[in-house]
Write a protein that binds this ligand. Structure first.
Ligand SMILES: [Zn+2]
Length: 512
């Protein structure tokens, strides 16, 4: 077997809390890529997400809640899955690091690396941040405290017998990989930062903990496996490594690992070194999305807490939130999410540009032609402009340019709106020019069908509503190449006028 499936992953989210907008951002991006590859790749896409459930931090929060760590995680995981359902996240696999299959596979990987001499005994002493479960070199500490800007807590001196992954052996190969594949870590700033770390040298990595009980036991006993080693192996254990190498061959290497930039070092230095030690190919791309800052921590009553995706959905709808997150900034850049910006995008791009186009066009078709699609005009004024769209969308998504992709699609929404304004079907109806009216109505409905297919990965609910209103069946844009040819919309198809796709949100209403 060889690789035949597009494989996209999110980070494993840590179950000491529930999803916030940053988690939603990475996960929606992964969902867009998976949906796009399902419709364009004959269904062959695999979207993996899940939860990282081991480590002292989980044990501590569980104890505080008077639960066992597993009980605590079971409850939290339910809330993560519920949140992904609400956001229309269609993952193919949800892995938990407490899954027995994963635990067994990680023990096997650990034992294999020991047999090969890539893991060996040593003594670990260093500054440890309990919150981040990370050892920091003294040179990285800021005022003697944890250097993670999100943390800054006091660190403690830890000294224990431990097992080490001999990562320093792989420094030269890692440097070669970075130099020969300068686009494998994105954005560029992330590649630069990791390259600088590699050039400054690489130490071996402590991969066991004697003092942490809540984790995967070391195969030889005497402690647990470092939570990061355990968690990062999920990308291959989920694919079936090492027990199902046929499945691994179909999925691995991953096409893209989507991550937050705070975990770059784990994904672009530690993880590839582990893969090299296992003789497995490296992921094609690691893409670190930026951080979202929210303007004004206290949002108005109706918007609630803007960092909680569930509360945003209640005000703006799922697709409006998905659109706002991916259209606002280049993927990889930080940006500020504001209530004002959300309202503006919702009303201008969605309610006005797209929602009105669909509503008025299908209303005219209902009024002038009883909702039946007219015959195809002999010559199309719109076809040439639309036929380049699928390639533009694909090349934008190939480099995860979600914003550019949406901008391209919205240019065509603009083309259709101008087309309606210029052809003036209401005038053609009055003047009795039936052929011209038929042509105008056919063209705009076919254009709307294309838009539904193109926005499907981003806005599945909206795309589905438009698709149904146009009397189409199945998933919008499925059989991509056959579907995206001008004139596929069949004359005499019966359409209906959908409920408004994006009711306007008055700024005053959103402000409570
Ligand atoms: Zn810390």
């Amino acid at each position: 077997m060889q690789k035949d499936t597009y494989y996209v992953t999110t980070p494993l989210y840590y179950t000491n809390g529930t999803p916030h907008i940053g988690h939603a951002y990475s996960t929606i991006a992964a969902d867009v890529l998976a949906r796009f590859h399902r419709v364009t790749g004959n269904g062959r896409a695999h979207f993996l997400t899940g939860t990282d459930e081991h480590g002292q931090r989980i044990a501590d929060v569980a104890a505080a809640a008077q639960k066992t760590p597993k009980e605590f995680c079971d409850e939290i995981v339910g809330r993560w899955k519920e949140q992904w359902r609400e956001l229309d996240i269609a993952y193919d696999q949800f892995i938990r690091t407490t899954d027995p299959d994963h635990e067994a596979a990680v023990q096997r990987i650990f034992a294999m690396l020991r047999e090969r001499g890539d893991i060996g005994p040593g003594k670990y002493e260093g500054w440890y941040c309990r919150n981040d479960e990370t050892f920091w070199p003294a040179s990285k500490l800021i005022d003697g405290k944890c250097p993670n800007p999100e943390c800054g807590r006091p660190v403690e001196w830890v000294s224990e017998d431990a097992w080490f992954f001999k990562m320093s052996r792989y420094r030269d190969r890692l440097l070669d990989h970075f130099r020969s594949k300068p686009h494998w870590v994105r954005p560029q700033s992330a590649w630069n930062e990791m390259m600088a770390i590699l050039e400054s040298g690489l130490e071996d990595l402590c991969v066991s903990r004697t003092s942490v009980e809540w984790g995967i036991p070391l195969p030889q006993g005497g402690g647990t496996i470092y939570v990061w080693f355990d968690a990062i192996c999920n990308y291959i254990t989920a694919a079936g490594y090492p027990h199902d190498m046929v499945r691994v061959a179909r999925l691995w290497p991953a096409d893209v690992h989507l991550i937050g930039k705070e975990i770059l070092r784990f994904h672009t230095i530690i993880w590839p070194a582990i893969l090299m030690a296992l003789d497995l190919p490296l992921p094609e791309l690691v893409f670190a999305n930026g951080w979202i800052t929210t303007q004004g921590r206290k949002m108005s009553k109706s918007v609630g807490n803007i960092t909680r995706p569930g509360e945003l959905i209640d005000v703006f709808s799922v697709d409006s939130v998905r659109y706002a997150l991916l259209s606002q900034a280049p993927f990889g850049s930080d940006f500020t999410l504001s209530e004002e910006g959300l309202v503006r995008r919702h009303n201008a791009d969605l309610a006005n540009d797209l929602g009105n186009l669909v509503q008025r066009s299908l209303s005219m078709l209902a009024r002038y032609r009883q909702g039946a699609v007219p015959g195809r005009p002999q010559r199309s004024g719109l076809a040439a402009g639309f036929e380049t769209l699928p390639a533009s969308v694909k090349s934008a998504l190939d480099v995860l340019d979600f914003r550019g992709c949406l901008a391209t699609i919205w240019e065509s929404v603009g083309v259709l709106n101008r087309y309606v304004e210029e052809t003036k079907p209401w005038v053609l109806d009055k003047s009795g020019d039936a052929a011209a009216l038929d042509a105008a109505l056919y063209e705009v409905c076919e254009g709307i069908r294309w838009i539904a297919a193109l926005i499907y990965p981003f806005m599945p609910t909206t795309a589905g509503a438009i698709w149904q209103a146009l009397g189409q069946e199945g998933v919008p844009g499925q059989m991509w190449e056959e579907s995206l040819r001008w004139g596929v919309l069949l004359p005499q198809t019966i359409t209906n006028v959908p409920a408004p796709l994006f009711p306007r949100i008055e700024a005053a209403a959103a402000a409570g």
